[in-house]
Design a protein around this ligand. Structure first.
Ligand SMILES: Cc1cc2nc3c(=O)[nH]c(=O)nc-3n(C[C@H](O)[C@H](O)[C@H](O)COP(=O)(O)O)c2cc1C
Length: 354
């Protein structure tokens, strides 16, 4: 046991969360394995249709009777700018030609509807809901609170954390700039809020009265112990679990995770239109030279999907998005249960020693 305010609130043994990871890595098997090992598994439901979301929740329930959370993206609805989209289509055709896929594909409308996704969470009686990219409407949060759902919002600055607390969330996932995947920033211009975990956690802790979950660059018991000392009441680890057998990450992605280093990542908008940290690829480096305007999220994300999928089919990591944080060199391919156990043993030993 390592009890904190959050472990008591959530009914879990350890203050260790699997970070929600949309797009495939956080499978029901991975989320359930972390929950069964005493941590908190989290499903990344953002890109799932309501039906897929429902079956993913149900599958996870078959694998664990412990609590787990579900995460969604608060939607942004940018206007589609025809000129930008047309220019980007032409640019992306270069990669389509290289990968041997259809040029000028029609751009499918995003099929995920936030309202419908939330409805599924309510119907399936999910007990923990987390979100990123903003703050859901007041009525929605109230409906969840009335049902006793624990709500966790993502902040990358003190100001965002204060706004989330005022909106009524129960805890804050504080995402440092080391973190893999998309930046949760919603108040500042996207790339301004790059505050490291070590600096961010104590500053957020000082300005809110609800529990704070440290996220970004935490890979083992040292990161967990340090986060608790900084005032966090749990940690959220993503990259640490990406290469484990239960993760749904593609094999070449797992290989890249295990062979890349602390300086292998960069923050880029070229895959999705929103800043995200991932291992540097040819696509990223090449598209950095693009002089046009990159369409906003989620338009760019939808536009590059065929390229990322074709690259995955061809086992070519250079055109896939390889989201990962700066703790890369500490990643392993151990099972999720082993990672939880090793992290907890190390943290407990360190906290005792000090
Ligand atoms: C592959 C991947 C996908 C992610 N998807 C989501 C997501 O759907 N929702 C979310 O709130 N955060 C998402 N994140 C961010 C994580 O929740 C978390 O902030 C990050 O993994 C922590 O940093 P670390 O990777 O260094 O542990 C994702 C991260 C990765 C690596």
């Amino acid at each position: 046991m390592l009890e904190t305010e959050l472990t008591r609130m959530l009914g879990i043994q350890y203050p260790l969360f699997l970070a929600p990871m949309a797009g495939g890595p956080a499978t029901p098997e991975l989320a359930a394995a972390v929950s069964n090992a005493g941590g908190l598994g989290n499903l990344g439901g953002a890109y799932l249709t309501p039906d897929q979301l429902r079956s993913t929740i149900r599958r996870t329930r078959e694998l664990t009777d412990r609590p787990f959370g579900v995460n969604l993206f608060v939607p942004e609805l940018p206007e589609e700018q025809e000129g930008e989209v047309g220019q980007m289509t032409t640019e992306l055709n270069k990669y389509r030609a290289q990968l041997g896929i259809e040029l000028n594909p029609s751009i499918p409308k995003s099929s995920e509807s936030f309202q419908e996704q939330v409805q599924v969470l309510l119907e399936e009686e999910v007990s923990i809901f987390s979100f990123t990219f903003g703050i859901p409407p007041h009525d929605m949060l109230q409906a969840m609170k009335q049902r006793g759902i624990v709500i966790i919002g993502t902040a990358t600055t003190v100001e965002e954390a204060i706004r989330l607390e005022a909106a009524g969330v129960d805890a804050i996932a504080a995402q440092g700039s080391e973190a893999g995947g998309h930046r949760g920033t919603f108040l500042k211009s996207d790339s301004d809020a790059l505050v490291g975990t070590m600096a961010l956690i104590p500053q957020i802790v000082d300005h809110v009265s609800i529990p704070v979950i440290a996220s970004g660059g935490i890979m083992d018991g040292r990161g967990l112990a340090a986060s608790l000392v900084l005032g966090a009441t749990a940690v959220q680890m993503g990259t640490a679990f990406l290469a484990c057998p239960e993760s749904g990450a593609h094999e070449v992605y797992k290989h890249k995770i295990l062979t890349s280093h602390e300086d292998s990542t960069a923050i880029t908008r070229v895959y999705s239109g929103k800043p995200a940290r991932g291992i540097q690829t040819t696509f990223m480096n090449d598209m950095d030279q693009y002089s046009g305007i990159i369409p906003a999220f989620p338009i760019q994300n939808v536009m590059t999907r065929d390229i990322r999928q074709a690259a995955a089919r061809a086992n070519n990591p250079e055109y896939m998005s390889l989201w990962a944080g700066q703790g890369l060199r500490l990643a392993s391919n151990h099972s999720a249960a082993e990672i939880v156990e090793q992290t907890m043993d190390q943290a407990k030993a360190l906290l005792k020693k000090w």
